[in-house]
Design a protein around this ligand. Structure first.
Ligand SMILES: Cc1ncc(COP(=O)(O)OP(=O)(O)O)c(N)n1
Ligand SMILES: Cc1ncsc1CCOP(=O)(O)O
Ligand SMILES: [Mg+2]
Length: 203
């Protein structure tokens, strides 16, 4: 899952996070767009403690310094964030860095070759992130899959109803914000999405 304070609809952020993990989320990206660095670090530290309790890795979105400060398990950068080279310089050559791919030609950059995984962004347009231009759709995932062997993390309007199709199209992992964070029961939502993933893998 990818966290979003607003998508938690006023409920306690850490409660939402822990419920989602109990439901079966096995990788968390903390995404904070409105916090000063110090507050981001404090929040990420507590999130990391909760994740660690369940043996779930924590990835930090955007901020290399926060990722470093909390000794995160990875960092996710987009095309307009810090470059892959700076990330590697600050965090070390072997630090896991994920990269958003919005257009096919972005796979050709030297930075892209150093990414641990690609965020296929967005698979479907979404009110959660409106500064996107096009959507990949299921065909887009299939196209990227044909070109690369790196793990594909699909993001953008993924929910119970389309999770199975997105995996069948070639995604290795689903990154979900609102369908989990805004669900009445984040635990049940996470479990249902996980169940769809398992169905897709087993059929
Ligand atoms: C797994 C994953 N993929 C894509 C994104 C989007 O990253 P970015 O394009 O940098 O946009 P912001 O999330 O920073 O608004 C992501 N966060 N995670
Ligand atoms: C962070 C991000 N990057 C691409 S789409 C997106 C938001 C996905 O949110 P949701 O799962 O609510 O559609
Ligand atoms: Mg970013």
């Amino acid at each position: 899952m990818v966290t979003d304070q607003k998508a938690c609809l006023g409920r306690d952020f850490f409660w939402v996070l822990e419920e989602a993990i109990k439901g079966g989320v096995d990788l968390v990206q903390i995404r904070e767009k409105e916090l000063f660095e110090r507050d981001f670090i404090t929040k990420a530290q507590r999130a990391k403690e909760i994740c660690a309790k369940y043996n779930v890795p924590l990835i930090v979105n955007d901020s290399l310094s926060v990722a470093k400060a909390v000794n995160a398990n990875g960092v996710h950068i987009g095309q307009s964030d810090s470059s892959m080279d700076i990330a590697k310089e600050l965090l070390g050559e072997n630090f896991p860095v994920g990269l958003s791919i919005e257009k096919l030609h972005q796979l050709e950059s030297s930075g892209a070759s150093k990414a641990w995984y690609y965020g296929v962004s967005p698979v479907f347009s979404t009110p959660t992130k409106t500064d996107t231009i096009t959507e990949w759709g299921l065909e887009g995932i299939q196209s990227i899959k044909r070109i690369t062997n790196k793990p594909l993390v699909a993001i953008g309007n993924i929910k119970i109803d389309n999770a199975k199709q997105v995996i069948e199209a070639g995604a290795d992992c689903l990154a979900v914000v609102s369908a989990i964070c805004s669900a009445e029961s984040p635990e049940e939502a996470a479990a249902s999405i996980r169940n769809e993933i398992e169905k897709a893998i087993l059929t």
